[in-house]
Design a protein. Structure first.
Lengths: 809, 197
């Protein structure tokens, strides 16, 4: 108790110190240059394009070679606008500390393959990272989907799914606690340990989504073993009249309606002050498989956010608030109480309790809300840029199960999680081509069960104090971009929970370790580059991995944490068990080429995770409800070896072909076994036809996409429930004899889905009306996806037609 | 500006200096069944009692099933089932779950199965996974059986090494005259040994 209070004081003094440093001042020289080249999509120079610096009201026209150059600039943040008839206008925000060379590729297409990603004056990715971006345009074409579902558009990203509304992103085969999600610069902190707990983020707030596929994205702290998902809203307008957009989307499957709106502007009298408000509401009824209704799979969502901020050359400040609230139904037929029930559920198609379509959401269901307040500011002082950011998050999760009598209205699992984070970063531009960044991250977190659930809590209450320090060096030469980084993190937990006898236990734990990463991009020639990144990172174990006790929603299996004694199930101290920190070594290499009609990206990666924590089947137990397999969180060494390939070929200016392939093989190296729920190999081909102008309409596109998903042949052995029960009756515990991974059912067969999209825009004065119609699973295929946890009970979604209307002004 | 900035940070960190956590409140666990008692009472005779006890709830230790159920041949018995939640003390609310199941009879039904030839009434092997008859002696508000009380007449020839299984199903909204042991969720599923002397 004393330690926790001392830690708070220590952190507070850090804050005061940080404020002290930011008061430094100096006079910057105004002799900087922004220059570069304007190119078309095939890399040819574009003469005659106009380039504007908005803040200075300064314009230029590109030369015959496509070059441009602004001189005598003061350090600061500038918005550059690139325009050319017949091409999409592009904006770039440039943080000018040293003279910059900014090449821009204007596209006639809707595709923006690579963009510089800058969030609130913090560089999100560096040139030594392997990353993929979903641009605003790409996001527009899938608006209305959840964050996890949207991210599936990135090669190498899949999802662990629980029915039609719960998608957890999986990067290169790993998910949950092994992925970091940055929501508007803040580490998203929810109950991420559950495979059926989706990130609580409204993708409508994002102007782009970036997936960093490296381990040890050093700036953001521990846990980025698989990578980082960065959700970035647009910069606040600094000097603009009121504008915004409004979305109206309908889905045939689920008879869902989505309304979303955004309004933004600047307070004109005081230049530099901008504001934005945004909100989204979604309502969906039961979804439909190809042949039957999926009862109790409706969901509702209501999200809103507001932000305001002030930006001048040398300083900026922003405050952001967002609220996310959802109620999600879980397929009624997936609710089981025993292995016998589960066996019945496997055999039934359609699932038990299948009824007619309804918007009503009954048990089992999840009710989740998430609030985020973010304050951040930056001050530039000559070569130095100071960023300070504070975040407060409140996550409330309640899971309702099918229970007896009045307990139905009481959540079977409920937690309130409060998180405060404080991040400070100090960036310095050293001599030409070199920069340095260092910083401190602090986090305080408090998890409390919601009283009155009338169940033994699945995870204990805890308080978590975490702190970290990092240092990053970047070196740029004409052909090479290097970056090196290291960090140290410490975490301290105070835990109070209840054991199987419903008796209180208390514990304290601490973990500390270092991470390091090195990355480089080498420009092979004018059209291609090679990026290689090697990172070693670690993560402190999640409280759920240490202390879990009980049966999970709709999983007829009992889970025990690492710190529960193997025979007595009493809670042990960390030093009484053989625990080692989970550490990953991830090596990612990407080759990029853009030449003539070709754009190619090929990545290969190996992620070797030492002391990988996973649920290992350990035995079969019997209680009054019947026979249950039980799993203990255990450790092994795991490897994830894979490749992502993307190619884009422009046949004519109007017709393009795009291919994406992702391959992955994951293994339990210690047991020489397969891991469960690893995404299978998959490929996508799409043909796209687009026209810039069709009469008074513009931006017409139509595409046809085929998705092939292979069967997961690298899956653990199958043990039917019947075998487990029969053996137990004979006094044999199959799992205790052979604790290799297993699955109750074999992986589903391969499937092929066809989809199509059509979009067109109509300019009306200064506004734009955009129509879109999409069809998913056009052939109404009956299929099951290996990584969808509902595959045991029901088919995946049948055909869906989406009609979307967007009005921008 | 800078003062505003600092002010907001200080507001944000006020909670940081708040009190450290107290012990969490323990939950009542009303749904757990840790002990099941089957009482076979012959007409006019002394009852035979058998229990199944769960030593550790969600823990990994196996259910301890006493028995076998030992009955006298050719004798009519009334079977009463009692459900206990051992996390409560006897006398406390929540200790005896039997009454709760009875009052929510419209959502619950017991199903039984046994080795062929164990009983002369009812005949067959029961209503778990087959369509046999069970002599239910209680009913819910809709007149459908619950199964806390049932009647049995043992076979006239002794048997040993047989089994007797009871399953309690929770069938909210789906219990009907045609619902079976494959409907709903299991609240209880125990198999006892059975001997008839």
């Amino acid at each position: 108790m004393q330690l926790c209070c001392n830690l708070r004081k220590a952190l507070l003094s850090v804050i005061i110190l940080v404020h002290g440093t930011s008061l430094l001042s100096g006079q910057p020289p105004c002799n900087l240059i922004i220059s570069g080249k304007v190119l078309d999509e095939t890399g040819k120079p574009l003469p005659g394009a106009t380039i504007w610096i908005k803040e200075l009201n300064l314009g230029l026209v590109s030369t015959a070679e496509g070059t441009y150059s602004f001189t005598q600039l003061c350090p600061g943040t500038y918005s550059l606008e690139f325009k050319f008839l017949g091409f999409e206008t592009q904006q770039r925000s440039v943080d000018l500390v040293k003279s910059e060379w900014v090449d821009i590729r204007l596209l006639t297409t809707n595709e923006i393959l690579e963009e510089v990603v800058i969030s609130d004056h913090r560089e999100v990715v560096s040139k030594g990272n392997n990353f993929s971006t979903l641009s605003a345009k790409q996001l527009d074409e899938v608006k209305g989907r959840s964050l996890g579902e949207t991210l599936q558009g990135v090669t190498g990203v899949n999802t662990i799914q629980t029915g039609p509304a719960i998608f957890k992103p999986v990067i290169h085969g790993v998910h949950s606690q092994r992925i970091l999600i940055l929501n508007n610069g803040i580490r998203q902190e929810g109950q991420q340990w559950g495979a059926e707990h989706a990130p609580e983020i409204d993708p409508f707030i994002a102007t782009n989504l970036v997936v960093i596929k490296d381990a040890g994205a050093i700036k953001y702290g521990t846990d980025a073993i698989g990578g980082v998902v960065v959700v970035t809203p647009a910069e606040l307008p600094a000097d603009q009249p009121i504008g915004g957009d409004f979305h109206l989307i309908g889905n045939s499957n689920g008879r869902a309606g989505i309304v979303s709106g955004l309004l933004e502007g600047s307070i004109l009298k005081s230049k530099g002050w901008g504001w934005r408000v945004q909100g989204t509401s979604k309502t969906s009824g039961d979804s439909h498989a190809a042949d039957y209704n999926l009862s109790n799979t409706g969901f509702r969502e209501l999200n809103y956010s507001a932000s305001t901020g002030y930006h001048k050359e040398n300083k900026g400040f922003e405050i952001f608030y967002s609220h996310f609230n959802t109620t999600i139904g879980i397929l009624r037929g997936a609710s089981t109480n025993s292995t016998e029930d589960l066996e019945n559920a496997f055999e039934r198609e359609p699932p038990q309790y299948t009824e007619d379509f309804t918007y009503a959401i009954d048990q089992p269901r999840q009710e989740v809300s998430h609030d985020l307040v973010k304050l951040n500011g930056h001050i530039r002082n000559g070569k130095n840029l100071f960023n300070l950011q504070y975040g407060f998050q409140y996550n409330n999760r309640e899971e309702y199960d099918v229970r007896r009598g009045s307990l139905k209205e009481v959540p079977a699992l409920g937690y309130k999680l409060f998180t405060q984070t404080l991040d400070f970063e100090w960036e310095t531009t050293l001599r030409s081509g070199r920069s340095r960044s260092r910083g401190i991250n602090g986090m305080w977190q408090d998890n409390n069960k919601i009283d009155g659930t009338q169940t033994i809590p699945f995870i204990p209450n805890f308080t978590n104090y975490s702190g970290g320090l990092f240092w990053i060096e970047k070196i740029s030469t004409p052909r090479w971009d290097w970056d090196f980084g290291a960090r140290y993190d410490y975490r301290y937990y105070e835990v109070a929970g209840f054991d199987f006898k419903n008796e209180l236990y208390r514990s304290t734990l601490s973990f500390g370790n270092a991470s390091a990463a090195a990355g480089a991009t080498f420009k092979l020639n004018r059209t291609s580059s090679l990026t290689s990144n090697l990172g070693s990172t670690w993560r402190p174990p999640n409280v759920a991995e240490l202390y879990s006790l009980g049966t999970h929603q709709s999983a007829a299996a009992i889970e025990y944490g690492l710190l529960l004694d193997e025979t007595t199930n009493e809670v042990l101290d960390l030093n009484e068990v053989d625990f080692k920190l989970e550490q990953a070594l991830k090596w990612v290499n990407t080759y990029r080429m853009e030449s003539g009609p070709w754009q190619v990206e090929l990545s290969g990666y190996l992620n070797y995770i030492y002391n990988y924590i996973y649920l290992k089947p350990r035995g079969v137990t019997q209680n009054t409800r019947g026979v249950f397999p039980y799993f203990r969180y255990s450790q092994t060494n795991a490897s994830f070896l894979g490749a992502d390939f993307m190619a884009h070929y422009t046949l004519t200016t109007a017709l393009t072909v795009k291919t994406k392939i992702s391959l992955l093989r994951a293994a339990d190296e210690t047991q020489e076994d397969y891991l469960i729920f690893i995404p299978s190999n998959r490929a996508e081909v799409s043909f796209r036809y687009q026209l810039d102008k069709v009469g008074s309409w513009k931006d017409f596109y139509v595409d046809l996409t085929g998705n092939y998903v292979a069967r997961q042949n690298r899956a653990p052995r199958v043990i039917p429930i019947e075998d487990i029960i029969d053996a137990k009756e004979m006094g044999v515990d199959i799992l205790a004899q052979d604790p290799r991974n297993f699955d109750f059912l074999p992986p589903p067969e391969a499937y092929f889905l066809l989809g199509a999209n059509l979009g067109i825009s109509k300019p009306i004065h200064n506004s734009l009306l955009h129509f879109r119609i999409s069809i998913q699973n056009a052939l109404n295929e009956s299929y099951r996806e290996y990584t969808n946890r509902m595959r045991y009970y029901a088919d995946d979604l049948g055909r869906n037609v989406t009609i979307a209307l967007k009005y921008s002004f | 500006m800078k003062k505003l900035f600092l002010g907001l940070f200080l507001v944000g960190f006020t909670s940081f200096l708040g009190g450290c956590g107290d012990d969490p409140e323990p939950e009542n666990i009303p749904e757990l069944i840790t002990k099941v008692t089957l009482t076979f009472t012959p007409t006019g005779g002394s009852p035979f009692v058998v229990t199944a006890t769960d030593p550790d709830g969600e823990g990994s230790q196996d259910l301890q099933i006493d028995g076998p159920i030992t009955l006298v041949k050719g004798t009519p018995y009334t079977l009463a089932i009692e459900l206990i939640n051992g996390l409560y003390d006897p006398g406390e609310d929540g200790y005896n779950i039997t009454e709760e199941v009875r009052s929510e009879g419209e959502e619950h039904q017991f199903f039984f199965s046994w080795s062929d030839g164990s009983f002369s009434v009812p005949t067959g092997t029961g209503n778990i996974g087959s369509n046999g008859v069970v002599n239910y002696q209680d009913e819910d508000e809709s007149g459908l059986p619950i199964g806390l009380t049932t009647e049995w007449t043992t076979a006239t020839t002794p048997v040993s090494g047989k089994s007797f299984r009871i399953v309690l199903k929770h069938q909210p909204g789906i219990k009907s005259s045609t619902s079976t042991s494959a409907d709903g969720e299991s609240d209880l599923d125990i198999t006892f040994g059975l001997t008839i002397n």
